[in-house]
Design a binder for this molecule. Structure first.
Ligand code: DLL
Length: 447
């Protein structure tokens, strides 16, 4: 009752809270038809955001643009960007485009600094999200009737509950384990014999280790596919996980501000980077000057949502660095190159840019080195120093591990162009992942 009364108040216009419907099987539609659908949905989104979110209206007005000015897909470039800062300023609910009575769920991304970003979903949003995860699971080779072990964290994080609904929607059996309690994960995988697992790549590594620590062979589980995402990982890490667990690992991409997991998904057939589900999200890549760059060129990924009711975002700057490539398994939908870095993770070491994934890539090529490493940034005098603390495979001699460390140092110098210190640490001494793994420790302020 109160809800109905309240929903008539404020800036909200309920007649704009339903995006244009899906016209059938969008994964297989022709590019021209997809673009026509994108334009229709873009125009709906821009109007919806303008009419219902004061911040968007103010930004559009400041930029001298009105919803009716969006006549082609290229016109998206005339719209102002949205940043994480904009979302933080609106904490907690200032960017919601529907009355709270229409919102059915809230998630939040913690972020490393400051306030979390809060996002909301209407019933329609949750329905489309489940559909997109189900579509992602199909692309990942998951079949109806499969059991899917979901080890993404449940709670405010979008991973657990987001994947959960999609697994059910795909006609699968969801095993809602959440993250952590690794010994129990091992037990459940043995007892329930799931066909697929969803978790971060670093957590899958922790699980593989846990099998071995219990004297079990991780290649002998029932798992056929791992759908990994939520953090940057390299193809070398993919090969490591596939080899150690005898399964196929595919990449799922997403972010809370845009929806959560399932914004893009890699096909198990091609394993060549996530396809962006472009009927729901319009991707762009921008350069350092914030101008759009051509497909194929690297830069920052920017998204405009096309069907979000509660939390539309216009040209949201993700800070994820990648490039757009033509579709492969789904020809009409472009792919992104595997995301190996974010603007925020970039370490500038004595003028040279370096990403943790570059170290992962190099370390995994070297015999006896493991993917268990952290990076410590310190100051020696006025110079920044980076130390790679890394574990070797168990049982190698001191001599062998020292030479592996030296090879790592030389290859980093050769390929990245900077010198890092490498310290071999005892097996099991580094923290293990339970979700998103923290690799970089900035200790420069600590003496
Ligand atoms: O991590 C959503 C998600 C959950 C995606 C489960 C996939 C699986 P946030 O916590 O908002 O949302 O973090 C989003 O994580 O901007 C990227 O920097 C990073 N990220 C997500 N997926 C990938 C991926 C979820 N496949 C941020 N590869 C994003 C690399 C990824 N980075």
């Amino acid at each position: 009752m109160t809800d109905t009364l309240l929903s008539g108040k404020g800036p909200f216009r309920s007649d704009h809270s339903v995006p244009p419907a899906d016209p059938g099987a969008p994964e297989t539609m022709a590019r021209a038809a997809l673009e026509a659908l994108q334009l229709e949905r873009l125009r709906w989104t821009v109007r919806h955001a303008y009419e219902n979110v004061p911040m968007y209206r103010a930004k559009f007005e400041a930029a001298g643009i009105a919803p009716d000015d969006i006549r082609t897909l290229a016109d998206v470039e005339r719209l102002p960007f949205t940043t994480k800062e904009d979302l933080r300023r609106a904490y907690p609910f200032g960017m919601f485009a529907v009355p709270m009575s229409e919102v059915r769920r809230i998630h939040a991304s913690s972020g490393t600094t400051g306030r979390p970003t809060v996002v909301g979903y209407t019933e329609g949003d949750l329905d489309r999200w489940a559909d997109l995860i189900a579509r992602s699971l199909r692309a990942a080779g998951v079949q109806p009737g499969w059991k899917v072990h979901n080890a993404y964290g449940y709670g405010l994080f979008t991973g657990g509950l987001g994947a959960h609904a999609g697994i059910e929607r795909a006609g699968c059996v969801v095993i809602p384990v959440s993250g952590g309690q690794t010994a129990r994960q091992v037990q459940l995988i043995r007892d329930f014999e799931p066909d697929a697992i969803m978790c971060t790549p670093s957590y899958l590594l922790t699980i593989a280790d846990a099998f071995e620590e219990q004297g079990l062979d991780p290649r002998e589980t029932s798992l056929k596919v791992a759908i990994c995402g939520a953090e940057p990982w390299t193809n070398e890490m993919r090969h490591e996980l596939e080899r150690r667990m005898d399964l196929k690992a595919v990449d799922i991409y997403g972010l809370s501000e845009v929806m959560g997991p399932g914004v893009g998904q890699e096909s198990i057939e091609t394993q060549d980077g996530p396809h962006v589900w472009e009927d729901h999200f319009l991707p762009e890549i921008i350069g350092e000057d914030l101008q759009r760059v051509a497909d194929g060129e690297r830069g920052e990924l920017v998204f405009t949502t096309l069907t979000k009711e509660a939390f539309p975002v216009i040209r949201y700057r993700t800070r994820d660095l990648t490039r757009l490539m033509p579709g492969s398994a789904y020809p009409a939908m472009r792919r992104i190159e595997k995301i190996t870095g974010r603007n925020d993770d970039m370490i500038i070491l004595r003028g040279v840019n370096l990403f943790p994934t570059q170290i992962e890539e190099i370390a995994l090529e070297i015999e006896h080195l493991t993917p268990h490493f952290i990076l410590e940034l310190t100051k020696r005098g006025r110079m920044d120093e980076l130390t790679v603390k890394i574990e070797c495979t168990p049982g190698v001699s001191r001599e062998t591990s020292e030479s592996a460390a030296l090879i790592l140092q030389l290859r980093v110098k050769e390929r990245i162009g900077t010198t890092v210190d490498v310290e071999i640490v005892p097996t099991g001494s580094l923290p293990r992942s339970e979700g998103k793994y923290k690799r970089l420790y900035d200790l420069r302020d600590q003496g």
